[in-house]
Design a protein around this ligand. Structure first.
Ligand code: LMR
Length: 402
């Protein structure tokens, strides 16, 4: 008998989002509805292939050639285009060269490289994430060796923001505290800060000497590409030095290509060069260099004016469809409850996600009795709704809520 070398390794409890996706795929019920994972589905329930992506990819295939390793920091044209998309082409921080940008493996890859970089150079620092936040934020920063705390964010009583408490908490954080902020389309609640609230938060961040790490995974899904980048640009305007992780999984519908960017906004260009060097070293220690396929498609779309205009139209259509589904579900629930319950949060929240306030018991009942899948926190992904299933979902929700 061989004794197992790995007998002390515990079984994986599963990821609250990705494992649920597997359960959904294995569910034989024909009427099942996936409102769990943050993926945009179209009106037919399909994962769309954007026309701008199709055209860029077809053009790329005709020019297929050798595939050397990309540099550790990624392709130069991609990094340039992504930086301009995130900060705005004319932004002073872009023009002065004080942002170190690397191509990343999606938003998660950017968070991981950024977390490793921060751990090495701010070893004693601790991390604060919103209460609640995307489950993987905590796992990822803990995995990089940080102690992770929460700052007040979502108000269960009103479905809004605990803004005063959030501000008070930030005012009391130690200098060099790392604060994970969501640029827009907050995951999981859908509750965002207004520009006015950002204007109150930013001076506190600057005065306290905090290190913001902004996660922007949904640029273009809230109010628009520029509108959703408001916080990022306002932080840069204010001279704050900070990190940004951005993702193209959702806004290009290129989930499996793992494309994103990590940006470190520095005081000046020479510091950005030095930081870029250490980001390269961090990449080399993790996965050496990023892959070529997805970045080539995205670079082509972002740098070709016609393809870019087409992509922006397609993104606007995805955004509009999500808004119309918010309205449809709001109407549907309104009919079941006849004004006895307020579902206004569906209309004020932004982006793909909505925090429904459903308890874990209610979420389980929705799944078991009605084949409607939400994340156990009560988060609903609005883009899984369509005109075909929204009435069914409203009815199922009404049954578990009544
Ligand atoms: C989500 O929150 O559902 C997405 O960001 C997908 C993921 O990786 O969790």
């Amino acid at each position: 008998m061989t004794t197992s070398l790995f007998s002390h390794v515990p079984a994986y409890g599963g990821d609250p989002i990705l494992s649920l996706m597997e359960t959904f795929q294995n569910d034989p019920r024909a009427n099942k509805v996936s409102l769990s994972i943050g993926i945009y589905f179209d009106e037919e329930g399909r994962l769309p292939v954007l026309e701008s992506v199709r055209q860029a990819e077809t053009a790329g295939l005709q020019a297929i050639g050798p595939r050397p390793y990309l540099p550790m920091e990624g392709a130069a044209a991609y990094r340039d285009a992504v930086q301009k998309l995130v900060f705005g082409a004319g932004h002073e921080a872009v023009r002065s060269g004080r942002i170190a940008t690397i191509q990343s493996l999606g938003g998660s890859g950017a968070l991981k490289v950024g977390a490793d970089f921060l751990k090495r150079y701010f070893d004693g620092a601790e991390v604060w994430v919103s209460d609640p936040t995307w489950e993987n934020h905590t796992a990822l920063f803990e995995g990089a060796g940080f102690k992770v705390h929460a700052y007040p964010y979502y108000d269960h009583a009103t479905g809004g923001l605990r803004f005063d408490e959030m501000l008070a908490c930030l005012k009391a954080l130690p200098a060099r505290g790392i604060v994970l902020l969501h640029a827009s389309c907050h995951n999981p609640t859908g509750v965002d800060l207004t520009p006015g609230q950002w204007r109150q938060i930013i001076p506190v961040i600057a005065e306290r000497g905090l290190i913001p790490f902004v996660d922007m995974a949904y640029q273009g899904f809230g109010d628009g590409l520029d509108e959703d980048a408001f916080a990022v640009r306002a932080l840069a305007d204010a001279g704050v030095q900070f990190l940004v992780a951005n993702s193209f999984s959702k806004n290009f519908s290129l989930y499996g290509e793992r494309c994103g960017g990590l940006h470190v906004v520095c005081a000046d260009a020479p510091t950005a060069d030095t930081v870029l060097g250490q980001l390269k070293a961090t990449v080399r220690r993790n996965y050496s260099s990023p892959p070529t396929h997805g970045e080539a498609i995205i670079t082509r779309v972002l740098t070709d004016p016609a393809l870019r205009a087409l992509w922006q139209q397609e993104l606007a259509a995805m955004r509009a469809r999500i808004k119309s589904m918010r309205e449809a579900l709001h109407r549907g629930l309104g009919e079941h409850f006849g004004g006895t319950r307020d579902f206004g949060y569906l209309l004020t929240q932004r982006g793909m996600f909505s925090y429904t306030g459903l308890s874990e018991v209610q979420v389980n009942a929705l799944r078991d009795a009605h084949a409607v899948y939400l994340v156990r926190s009560g988060r609903m992904c609005m883009s899984g709704l369509s005109t075909r299933n929204v009435a069914y979902v409203a009815q199922a929700m009404a049954k578990v809520l009544k």
